[in-house]
Design a protein around this ligand. Sequence first.
Ligand code: ZN
Length: 112
Amino acid sequence: MDKVQHKREQELATVTEMIGIFCHDIHKTDGEHLCHECQDLLDYVKKRVAVCPRMGEKTFCSACDTHCYAPNRRERIRMIMRYSGPKMMFRSPLLAIKHKLTEWFAIKQKIL
Ligand SMILES: [Zn+2]
């Protein structure tokens, strides 16, 4: 699997998890299935990620300046990420530590 393909899958996995957390908490779904609205959004994201021309260079679609999301969808995704992002950090402490370490090294490099 090449790097870009790996990134696509990672991004999709992250978004899927985030929509899942949001839908479960806010729309009171069972945690395994999404409500119609969230499923629709996820399908949309899948299509966007599949055709994204800049997958190899950027971090996340939400942080990308190529506006391939329609404004209303984009706003919705951002809202979900704001809600689910911190919860995901809590769910995956190892990922959070990795993130902190990367940050710390970056700061240290600037000082030295
Ligand atoms: Zn939902």
